[in-house]
Design a protein around this ligand. Sequence first.
Ligand SMILES: NC(=O)c1ccc[n+]([C@@H]2O[C@H](COP(=O)([O-])OP(=O)(O)OC[C@H]3O[C@@H](n4cnc5c(N)ncnc54)[C@H](O)[C@@H]3O)[C@@H](O)[C@H]2O)c1
Length: 451
Amino acid sequence: MMDSLPATPGKFKMDKPQYHHHHHHHPRQLTVRWHHYPLVSKVAVWSFLAIALLVAFFFLSPTTPNSSSTSGRRSLRNAAPWGGPAWEKCVRSSARVRRSGGISVLVTGAAGFVGTHVSTALKRRGDGVLGLDNFNDYYDPSLKRARQALLDRAGVFVVEGDVNDGPLLHKLFDVVPFTHVMHLAAQAGVRYAMTNPSSYVHSNVAGLVSVLEVAKSADPQPAVVWASSSSVYGLNSHVPFSEVDRTDRPASLYAATKKAGEEIAHVYNHIYGLAITGLRFFTVYGPWGRPDMAYFFFTRDILRSKPISIFEGPGHATVARDFTYIDDIVSGCLAALDNAGKSTGSGGKKRGSAPLRVYNLGNTSPVPVSHLVSILEQLLKVKAVRNVVKMPRNGDVQFTHANISLAQRELGYHPTTGLNTGLKKFVRWYLGYYPTSSSKKGSRGGSSSAL
Ligand SMILES: NC(=O)c1ccc[n+]([C@@H]2O[C@H](COP(=O)([O-])OP(=O)(O)OC[C@H]3O[C@@H](n4cnc5c(N)ncnc54)[C@H](O)[C@@H]3O)[C@@H](O)[C@H]2O)c1
């Protein structure tokens, strides 16, 4: 199953847009020939150059790839090109605030697991929400499309695009003066970083910078809340993990890109006065979850009587995670948005100090992975075929445990769902979404691994 992973998830465009290819060639050839031709040829050459330049400008113009004529008749949901009156109408209506004192939020990674839940929760409150997602194939994109359909029914429009697409982000801010950005788009997964390291740099480092660039130049600037990760604690052994603990010893490239994100956030707060809140999520699980996470593919494999690998640390030490139920994470995200404070900059300049914060959002009760499997066995009424193996050194840490007192104090964050209850809800969703034995939908899950 590991082999079936796509080599380049996200089909992200690492290559430059096509129009950049035009630049160099013609003018260079022309200068080379320049001196050998009589006046008439010079005129011809100049005219050719002028026309070439016009054409080049036309293609370089940011409105071209999203001209309304190309997107006019297409289904908005699947149209890669953006722009046009119908598209703008969808964007505006999705982002419209429908309660007094409401906020309007650009949610990146909206078709993702956390993004979907946060978007629907905001919409339910009457806030304006616009989604952005590139629907990459790191895991089964049909699950992202199904979440998109759910969002659609809830009145949330998801624009298909990459967070690295600056012109698109600027356009979105032109159409809607977002008060907040909830930046959840990222390349997730710890082990996959060994297979496709550049996807982490692309989405988690370059993508974050791209979002902050647009946020800093928007007028008024939005407040930004974004997903960091508990993985920044890396080799930290002081438990429970507190925000004041060391985070300079990441154990994976994923963790390193999240840590880099926290430093980048400092820069944009310091120079431009952006209000930025980083949330360190601890192993989030629940309905509509990620197929690359252990609780998800354990469920799939147990149902198929496939052996599952349970890792143990050195000397048979148990591997444990502070599993946090999605609804608790959503409450934390909404509280972080509500307490984000104000960005102070305008016209790309800082006008005063703005808040810069980091919070743990966990559950404070680490559970050994073997216990997770026992709960799943009970819920699924199927005995797992357990295969206990030594944890490979590929980025996973042995243990996570959140100290959440800061989020409790400042955000009123109080997780309320225990692992039994949460997994019960997950399993109910799973069995409905992938009807068992019918095997029709049964092959939809992804693979890979992450806790
Ligand atoms: N789920 C967890 O346990 C957990 C734990 C810690 C941190 N996080 C972080 O929380 C956030 C949400 O995680 P999730 O579990 O919902 O993951 P997810 O993969 O389900 O969601 C991320 C979404 O972002 C989209 N995306 C990725 N790169 C993009 C790009 N360059 N441009 C546009 N869209 C892009 C993906 O298509 C996906 O739908 C991520 O930043 C993740 O790193 C999650």
